[in-house]
Design a protein around this ligand. Structure first.
Ligand SMILES: Cc1cc2nc3c(=O)[nH]c(=O)nc-3n(C[C@H](O)[C@H](O)[C@H](O)COP(=O)(O)OP(=O)(O)OC[C@H]3O[C@@H](n4cnc5c(N)ncnc54)[C@H](O)[C@@H]3O)c2cc1C
Ligand SMILES: *[C@@H]1O[C@H](CO)[C@@H](O)[C@H](O)[C@H]1NC(C)=O
Ligand SMILES: *[C@@H]1O[C@H](CO)[C@@H](O)[C@H](O)[C@H]1NC(C)=O
Ligand SMILES: *[C@@H]1O[C@H](CO)[C@@H](O)[C@H](O)[C@H]1NC(C)=O
Length: 533
């Protein structure tokens, strides 16, 4: 069904077809004027609008910006930030932006790796619609479901579920400050992915505002659009205002461990074995490998360290049996294991200090921010020891590198590639994320970015044919340089993120947003695009 407020808004659309006589005013005045022309909107909208003249502009802009690279003074800034309190405010923002020809970006949690939710490198002026204030969560345990507004974080969702039940959970991200709005549009994985799949695999309904300002639920949007928004990447099809998700069962006791091993302590042999078993382990066991630099305990020499980090959906004694059978080489002992509840395991997996209370999940912002460049790959055949030796050499050339190996298999292998736009299913042993981090603006960003490219090039023979995770957005794969981009240009990154599903995404985009109102450097292009101006 189409929601009632749409009929009022179509009046607004007609009203706005009148020629605009106010073009010489600043964009925000035109925008506010447009909003106020609808009697439906008697709200004092100026209190939701931050322009650079408002003293809090910078703090609001940076409030959820996760990659400090995109907060530097040299980076383009929006004309203003609009912070809706209700769905109808977003409808107004879409209709007025469209009418006034304003380029709009939407932000939920601000974690985009290339900052596309708050920076436009291809078009100015532009505005940001920031959904941080739309974050209510309603959990219905009897129905096994929850509605979460786009601006809520995955941590808040976990916490609200745990307030009502200790036997329900949700399979979304490991980091706990991700905006549900952006996160689920790209898939969304965490430590429950081998058991329950992605966050997007567990969506049962959604509300979206389309390019014409209509609010649509699953029935009203139809199955093509409902398919596209569950993994096709954010910012292409409309503005998700809330997701209805299916909760999943979690046992009362889960077990976590974090076991670090340096090369000197045999990390290489362990990784060789890990590659053979990580995707085939008991589905209750999620065991990832976090590869970083460390100093050896004896000589203090720089070396590569691998931390084996696990969530097990069961108690420690069963975990020890599973490990004894599948990965005895790690030598896991009872003392390495911490039994806890699922909700308390969440801060631990997210690297908060031991015994951090779950209330930390209500803190929406990350306490440690840095500058970073990241890339991803999928591995279908184990990477041989000789290749890993070269990778270690490269790691030792970078100051604070990270390489994360996330195991697939389990539920992920049972879901057909075309079920959602997220195509990385059967046949993938694990995902790699490469990370270069730095925390001083004065450092040479180009040097770190170059390092990430060298590592990526180095890995080419071991990860072909190459694919990537859209939530780890990477402009090196290609980007839309203008407001219009051809299918051929977008194919460079489109097929890596979505494989064969890219074509269907383009078809859906062409149907629902032929004029490409929702666009950014890596948005899905419509097939026939006629530019507005
Ligand atoms: C520190 C860190 C840790 C991470 N950990 C994980 C992890 O464990 N698992 C995982 O899967 N991913 C992880 N990610 C990646 C994360 O899933 C993506 O960056 C995701 O897009 C973040 O969503 P957001 O709402 O916070 O981001 P935003 O920057 O707000 O948005 C991301 C994209 O979605 C669009 N968008 C935002 N809101 C909406 C909306 N309401 N409707 C439509 N489009 C929208 C934006 O325009 C942009 O294109 C991590 C990222 C960071 C920075
Ligand atoms: C920004 O400044 C304008 C003009 O002073 C004011 O009307 C508006 O309320 C301010 N916005 C916010 C969010 O405080
Ligand atoms: C290794 O030692 C150096 C020099 O003492 C120190 O600066 C660095 O932080 C240490 N690195 C790690 C990963 O502990
Ligand atoms: C946290 O707990 C793990 C075991 O679960 C232990 O190895 C580690 O030393 C602890 N860290 C701190 C800071 O106490």
């Amino acid at each position: 069904m189409v929601f009632p407020s749409f009929s009022c808004l179509s009046k607004l659309v007609r009203l706005l077809l009148l020629p605009t006589l106010i073009v010489s005013l600043p964009i925000q005045d035109n925008f506010l004027h447009c909003l106020s022309r609808n009697p439906e909107f008697s709200f004092p909208f100026s209190s939701l609008l931050y322009s650079p003249k408002n003293s809090s502009f910078t703090s609001v802009l940076q409030s959820s910006a996760q990659n400090l690279r995109f907060t530097l003074p040299s980076i383009p800034k929006p004309e203003f930030i609009f912070t809706p309190l209700q769905e109808s405010h977003i409808q107004g923002a879409v209709i007025c932006s469209r009418q006034l020809g304003i380029h709009l970006r939407v932000r939920s949690g601000g974690h985009d790796y290339e900052g596309v939710s708050y920076v436009s490198e291809i078009e100015t002026p532009y505005i940001v619609v920031d959904l941080a204030k739309l974050r209510s969560i309603t959990v219905d345990i009897d129905d096994n479901s929850a509605w979460a507004q786009a601006g809520a974080t995955n941590g808040e969702l976990y916490y609200r579920i745990s307030e009502k039940s200790n036997s329900h959970g949700f399979p979304a991200g490991i980091c706990t400050s991700l905006g549900i709005g952006g996160h689920i549009t790209g898939g969304g994985y965490g430590s429950l992915l081998r058991k329950y799949g992605l966050a997007a695999d567990n969506v049962i309904d959604a509300r979206i505002i389309d390019a014409y300002g209509r609010v649509l639920d699953r029935d009203a949007m139809g199955e093509d659009l409902f398919w596209a928004i569950r993994g096709g990447g954010g910012g292409s099809f409309g503005i998700i205002t809330s997701w209805k998700v299916r909760l999943v069962p979690v046992p009362p006791i889960v077990t976590v461990f974090l076991v670090p091993r340096t090369l000197e302590q045999g990390a290489m042999k362990l990784l060789i074995k890990w590659q053979q078993i990580a995707d085939k382990l008991d589905e209750d066991l999620f065991l990832r490998a976090i590869i970083r630099l460390a100093n050896t305990s004896d000589t203090g020499k720089k070396t590569v360290s691998v931390s084996f980090n696990a969530l097990f959906l069961g108690d420690a004694s069963r975990l020890l049996q599973v490990m004894q059978k599948s990965f005895p080489e790690l030598g896991l002992i009872r003392q390495d294991c911490t039994e806890t509840s699922w909700i308390k395991s969440v801060p631990s997996l997210a690297f908060f200090p031991n015994n951090t209370a779950p209330e930390i999940l209500l803190r929406r912002t990350n306490s440690v921010l840095n500058y970073f460049k990241s890339k991803s790959d999928y591995v279908k055949e184990p990477i041989p020891e000789t290749a890993l030796e070269g990778l270690w050499k490269l790691l030792l050339e970078e100051n604070s590198p990270g390489v994360l190996w996330t195991p697939y298999g389990g539920k992920m292998s049972t879901i057909p590639e075309s079920e959602t736009p997220f195509p990385h299913r059967k046949g993938n042993l694990f995902m790699i994320q490469y990370l270069a981090n730095w925390n001083d603006a004065k450092e040479d960003a180009a040097k770190h970015i170059d390092w990430s490219r060298r590592v990526y090039n180095y890995m080419t023979p071991h990860v072909s044919p190459r694919t990537a995770y859209v939530n780890y957005r990477d402009f090196d794969l290609g980007m839309n340089k203008k407001s219009s981009t051809s299918f051929a240009e977008a194919s460079a990154w489109g097929f890596k993120y979505f494989k064969g599903n890219f074509k269907r995404l383009v078809k859906v985009k062409t149907k629902v947003d032929p004029e490409n109102f929702f666009r950014h450097e890596q948005s899905i292009p419509p097939l026939t695009f006629s530019k507005r101006n």
